[in-house]
Design a protein around this ligand. Structure first.
Ligand code: ADP
Length: 293
């Protein structure tokens, strides 16, 4: 159904009372290590929803790489094109969580930065045959562009972290998926009215656009116009991974033939389910765990 070309990171999480100033040392909580990376998260989320999902990516020849491979395999993600780069660390996200639950994150891409057009060439048949190919920007742009060029099905780009997108890549996106911050980045301004933002994005190059709005759901803009998608009510415990769950569910339903707005309604249910549990991959729902439409 879905092939994800993207990042694989170990999330290293420490709770702190406050963050150290330059030159200072503070003591934190026990270290927690979780499987993460937007690419891996989306592949796991799609698989947990019952989809056939494969990941094209790179890890290092180290303990984190083994942990991440294990988590992906346990979720049932196809790993024939998850390569190992010897002598380079697996990507990590160094995350401190403050007393208010606020995150500060440093991502060290490691092996993710070595994903290139040669990896795409090696996975060419897989990418060409997929109904939907999904990307984020935690891997180098040349790999994303090469894969979009090979894709035979729909291309979905989640512009995270935000960065300039070449016009040729943007033109393949159906949809471009952004949250409010990423939308503001692309539109050079304040978030503004989300319906206007989605419509403006859809006019700026992609075939369609989706703006996600946290607890306010999402807005879809395509050839059929602009549609607001409500979010099911959810007692939010931890919003980590909500965007990844949303995008993965969207890709899966598009792969199964849904129209974009119907796929987005399903995706909003997956996003809402993901905020009910802590963590990223640990929070992704099975179909039985989705809230009612
Ligand atoms: P990101 O994590 O990329 O910033 P959002 O915060 O916009 O993305 O969340 C993605 C989707 O997850 C939303 O469009 C919505 O469907 C769902 N979602 C997020 N937070 C909540 C919430 N508090 N209640 C219900 N649904 C939510």
């Amino acid at each position: 159904d879905v092939v994800v070309v993207g990042s694989v990171n170990a999330d290293l999480v420490v709770g702190v009372e406050r963050r150290p100033a330059p030159g200072e040392t503070v003591l934190g909580s026990d270290l927690a290590v979780h499987p993460g990376g937007k690419g891996a998260n989306q592949a796991v989320a799609a698989a947990r929803l019952g989809g056939r999902a494969a990941l094209v990516g790179r890890v290092g020849d180290d303990g984190h790489g083994a942990l991440l491979r294990g988590a992906l395999a346990a979720a049932g993600v196809g790993l024939d094109h998850l390569a190992t780069t010897p002598g380079v660390p697996t990507g990590v996200a160094l995350i401190t969580v403050g007393p208010d639950g606020d995150n500060s994150i440093i991502v060290s891409p490691g092996a993710n930065a070595r994903l290139g057009p040669a990896d795409v060439a090696a996975a060419r048949d897989l990418i060409a045959a997929a109904s939907v190919v999904s990307f984020q920007l935690e891997v180098p742009l040349p790999a994303v562009e090469a894969a979009a060029g090979v894709a035979g099905g729909r291309v979905v780009l989640n512009l995270s972290p935000p960065a300039p997108v070449p016009a040729g890549l943007l033109a393949r996106c159906d949809p471009l998926v952004v949250n409010e911050h990423e939308a503001a980045y692309l539109l050079d301004g304040e978030p503004g009215d989300p319906r206007d933002a989605a419509a403006a994005l859809a006019r700026s190059g992609p075939r369609s656009a989706v703006v996600t709005l946290g607890a306010d759901g999402a807005v879809v803009a395509d050839g059929d116009g602009v549609t607001a998608i409500p979010a099911p009510a959810a007692d939010a415990v931890d919003t980590t991974g909500a965007g990844d769950a949303f995008t993965a569910a969207l890709c899966l339903r598009l792969a199964r033939g849904d129209a974009l707005r119907d796929a987005a309604r399903y995706a909003a249910r997956a996003g809402a389910a993901a905020v009910r549990r802590r963590g990223a991959q640990s929070s992704f729902p099975t179909p039985a765990e989705l809230p009612a439409p």
